[in-house]
Design a protein around this ligand. Structure first.
Ligand code: GDP
Ligand code: IMO
Ligand code: MG
Length: 448
């Protein structure tokens, strides 16, 4: 019998990080979750860190609300919305203890997640030994270390690519087989990295219990997502990390180990490209990056410190200070080439409020030649070979935090937004002016 295919009317919406991560994807996903049925993560693991600030009832009988901060790492950001079902696809690497720690923390904050969180049986598992190995690899790299989150992401995707990894179905459906494969996998790591401190047998006992706890969440991921689309459920695919951290298209080797780009949606959920509709790029009004690697517009001066302090640029997963710099249109054009954004959410525009002037990088002068495409060879991006070319725009020098409509934004602020829109040829539809759910302006559509 022929497989049932979807009509063209119901397509999944995708939200992707367009820079080096931490653009504010979680906040947008949380806002969009009010009008979607299923929020699906397709790549990465608990290396991601999304902060979402939501006004929640104080439950003291006064009807008052207070802002509550939620941290998401592995679980999809649609969970705050009570009507949204959440799904972790096969492209994600799952650390089972981390999954439950995060879930327990959400429940403690008052979220009822019962019956609306599912995990693909094809997702690969991240174990504690992967995390130990992540740290050991970084030590081995010494001065050229990546600056990973040490969540075991690289080692877990390495196990997957070398075909020795363990998937959710191994854990759930055949524990005897799981035990054998697990011992072999750990033994291989001991051979490579020496006998680090790790109690294999104790871990097997722990995983026997975790398997029982995980079982009710596990589904055949392909059947699940296709059934959802076929029954006209509105699906949102939530990107983690970002394009410049993509294993193929990012600043390799200073990248994560998964396909964080649009292609990852298909391979990480098992849906064909024709099922994808809107592709929303989340773009910070400036640039940040955590960890090592090239960053042409980085500001190692008072501007960088200003962006860091005003933007509270400290990583939510590792607490590390984020490196800060100006918006880079060379990088953004490259990001758009690969992901084909149909809309943008420009975030953290309020962080630029106090600046007299704002710079935007429009080209790279590399080895004396103007280039407008992002090079593969990182050596070319060194400070001695690449000089960023900037356009300077006037700042607005006033707070936009309380603005609720596009028209309320100061003229120079609108000029900055429209300049970016024109340069990239993609409409900016949402503008973030503060961390809270309410601090998001919906911009009227302009022709770009
Ligand atoms: P994600 O990983 O892409 O979801 O982003 P993170 O949560 O790691 O980092 C974004 C940070 O900026 C979070 O602390 C958000 O609460 C905050 N944030 C998001 N949008 C805005 C905004 O428009 N303005 C300000 N000031 N903060 C924002
Ligand atoms: P969200 O989803 C920012 C970076 C790490 C490191 C590199 C590799 O919050 O935007 P890994 O642990 O993945 O092997 O680390 O990738 N990195 C992120 N930086 N935001 C993220 O996720 C990141 N996920 C990974 O800092 O440089
Ligand atoms: Mg983040």
């Amino acid at each position: 019998m022929a497989a049932q295919l979807l009509s063209d009317s119901n397509k999944a919406t995708v939200v992707l990080g367009s820079q080096w991560g931490d653009e504010g994807k979680g906040k947008l996903v949380d806002i969009l979750a009010a009008d979607i049925d299923i929020c699906a993560r397709f790549a990465g693991g608990n290396n991601a860190g999304h902060v979402i600030v939501v006004d929640m009832p104080t439950n003291d009988g006064t009807g008052a609300k207070k802002p509550v901060k939620f941290d998401f790492h592995l679980l999809p950001s649609g969970l705050i919305n009570p009507n949204c079902t959440n799904f972790i696809g096969n492209g994600v690497v799952l650390h089972v203890p981390g999954f439950f720690d995060e879930l327990d923390a959400l429940v403690k904050k008052g979220l009822n997640c019962d019956g609306r969180l599912f995990v693909s049986d094809r997702a690969h598992l991240v174990f504690d030994f992967h995390q130990i190995v992540d740290g050991l690899k970084e030590v081995e790299l010494g001065g050229s270390s990546i600056g990973t989150t040490k969540k075991g992401i690289g080692p877990a995707y390495s196990s997957k690519a070398s075909r020795s990894g363990l998937r959710v179905h191994h854990l759930i459906y055949d524990f005897a087989h799981f035990e054998t494969k697990f011992r072999k996998l750990v033994e291989g790591r001991f051979k490579r990295y020496g006998h680090f401190e790790y109690d294999t047998e104790k871990e097997i006992i722990r995983y026997k219990e975790l398997a029982d706890r995980l079982r009710p969440f596990v589904v055949d991921g392909v059947a699940f997502i296709h059934q959802a689309l076929l029954s006209n459920k509105r699906v949102l695919c939530e990107g983690a990390n970002a394009l410049m951290l993509d294993l193929d298209f990012g600043t390799y080797p200073f990248v994560t180990s998964s396909s964080t780009c649009i292609g990852g949606v298909c391979t990480g959920l098992g849906i064909p490209p024709r099922y994808i509709g809107e592709v929303i790029g989340v773009m910070k009004a400036y640039t940040t990056r955590v960890g090592a690697g090239p960053f042409v517009t980085e500001q190692l001066n008072e501007i960088g410190v200003h962006l860091q302090e005003v933007g509270a640029e400290y990583g939510v997963t590792t607490g590390r200070r984020r490196r800060c710099g100006w918006l880079d249109l060379v990088q953004m054009r490259y990001s758009h080439l690969i992901n084909g954004y149909t809309k943008f959410n420009l975030t953290k525009l309020d962080v630029l409020d106090q600046l007299k002037e704002i710079k935007v990088c429009t080209g790279y002068l590399t080895d004396g030649k103007l280039i407008t495409t992002f090079p593969s060879d990182l050596e070319q991006l060194s400070e001695s070979r690449t000089i960023p070319q900037y356009e300077t725009l006037p700042g607005w020098e006033t707070s936009i935090e309380k603005c609720k409509t596009y028209e309320e934004l100061p003229a120079n602020c609108r000029a900055y937004v429209e300049y970016i829109e024109k340069q990239l040829g993609v409409p900016i539809v949402w503008i973030g002016v503060g961390p809270g759910r309410d601090s998001m302006i919906k911009k009227p559509r302009t022709v770009v």
